[in-house]
Design a protein around this ligand. Structure first.
Ligand SMILES: [Zn+2]
Length: 468
């Protein structure tokens, strides 16, 4: 043990010099994508904190499996299923005459492959893709988990916090329509008293309907699978976030969110909760404040449960200008999010300077997803608000979002970062890598400390190699 500490000290000492040398080298390759790729492929990247499980599996592998297992495919939407649907033109893969052409067409719908605007809005290609491969994804969970781990290790990534699968809670809510109406009316008035009293009533019903048992059964399945697949080892750690879908009706969404919170509260592996699906969708926009109220309320019931939120994944023209002014503000100040996913509309947010100062002061990190923002929102280069976050000293982490659908990698996110934002130094990039462990939701401090120490060692080796 003593020898190990001595070795670490020596490596760190040696590295002060190496870090200067590597900074000089890094600046010399800033504008060369191939050299940056080689550099960042080797650089330790800590954690990927904004990561969707189903959007990260490589679509080509999913498709290959669907063909191997002779799934049904609908020839207009390219949706696969284990049985033919009631509407549409369904065929088994083995019955398709030109399989090669079909494969090409499918990958253009399941991912950004060869995207051309004539195929429709990029946001639709992206958000519609999930439903098309859902059936094969559902049947591929263990191998997809192992695939993600394998890829992470190959990319020098030591931690993933993935938005995994949702605990299902089938309880029927009686009087659903009138409850939703009441919630929405109170939401328009921002009447927290009424909203919270409806929540209170709902929770009594959820408890009676088995919410705790549902969450515990789900946690058991997740932890058994985690153990069986041996996902954690000396150089890699995986943790999970639960999530809810923004387009659900309010009472139904609250039901799932409640089970999510119980599940995260009672599991050391499920470390947080998130809220997903297009933020600019009709229901998402209409109920946004209501969703924030749900988090505000549940935070007091479960003060230890952490949550990150997709917030401000919006841009000019996608929604009305006034709608760009408040989503991050509410997620941070009212809902109490510990991290913000995307945060793209920051420049349009009301009093953005004070919001940025608030995020810095309260250490609310922002998860930056450059490829995703470029494809879905068409926001890149200096239109991207990363400079605002950076200059305000808000903690930044770099992540992939959906590397499978976007056909990208964590390495490439760092290449884009270095190439597009020359004011961000090597030292600052390294700090972002450390942020990805520091602002992770890992509950066990020992696990966090081990990941940090492991990162020290990896950087020592990396800087020695590239600093020469
Ligand atoms: Zn996301």
């Amino acid at each position: 043990m003593k020898q190990l500490s001595l070795l670490l000290l020596l490596l760190l000492h040696f590295n002060i010099n190496a870090q200067d040398k590597i900074s000089v080298y890094f600046e010399s390759i800033r504008n060369n994508e191939a050299q940056l790729t080689a550099f960042f492929a080797g650089m330790p990247k800590g954690g990927d904190l904004h990561h969707h499980f189903s959007g990260s599996a490589w679509p080509d592998y999913l498709l290959a499996k669907a063909i191997r297992e002779d799934y049904w495919v609908e020839l207009n939407t390219y949706t696969v299923a284990t049985a033919a649907g009631k509407t549409g033109t369904w065929k088994k893969f083995s019955e398709v005459s030109d399989l090669q052409a079909l494969k090409t067409a499918i990958l253009q719908q399941w991912s950004v492959k060869n995207y051309h605007p004539a195929a429709g809005p990029s946001e639709n290609i992206f958000f519609d893709s999930f439903g098309k491969f859902d059936a094969i994804m559902d049947a591929s969970v263990p191998e997809a988990l192992l695939e993600l781990k394998r890829r992470a290790k190959a990319e020098n990534l030591s931690y993933i916090e993935t938005q995994f699968i949702r605990p299902k809670f089938p309880l029927k809510i009686t009087g659903n329509d009138s409850l939703n109406y009441r919630l929405r009316q109170a939401g328009i008035q921002k009447d927290t008293n009424t909203v919270f009293s409806v929540f209170e009533d709902l929770i009594r019903r959820f408890e009676a309907g088995g919410a705790v048992d549902t969450a515990l059964a789900f946690n058991k399945r997740v932890s058994e699978q985690h153990r069986q697949l041996q996902l954690d080892d000396d150089s890699f750690t995986l943790r999970y976030q639960n999530f809810v879908l923004r387009f659900m009706e309010p009472a139904e969404l609250f039901k799932h969110l409640y089970v999510n919170f119980i599940s995260a509260d009672k599991s050391p592996l499920i470390v947080g909760v998130n809220i997903v699906s297009p933020e600019h969708g009709e229901v998402s926009m209409q109920d946004y404040w209501l969703h924030m109220a749900m988090y505000n309320y549940l935070h007091r019931k479960f003060p230890l449960v952490k949550y990150a939120m997709h917030a401000g994944e919006l841009t000019s023209g996608l929604v009305a200008p006034e709608e760009l002014t408040w989503h991050i503000n509410e997620a941070v100040r009212f809902a109490g999010a510990a991290r913000i996913g995307h945060g793209v509309d920051m420049a349009w947010e009301k009093d953005s300077r004070s919001l940025l100062a608030y995020m810095k002061h309260h250490e609310v990190a922002v998860e930056i997803n450059l490829s995703s923002n470029e494809f879905i929102l068409n926001v890149k280069d200096d239109l991207h608000p990363i400079s605002l976050y950076y200059k305000a000293a808000v903690p930044i982490t770099i992540s992939t979002d959906d590397a499978g659908i976007l056909r990208t990698s964590i390495t490439w996110q760092y290449v884009l970062l270095a190439k597009r934002y020359p004011f961000i130094s090597y030292k600052a990039i390294k700090a972002m890598v450390y942020n990805s462990i520091r602002y992770s939701f890992i509950e066990d401090e020992q696990v966090k400390a081990a990941l940090r120490k492991n990162l020290d060692l990896r950087f020592a080796v990396f800087e020695k190699t590239f600093g020469r």
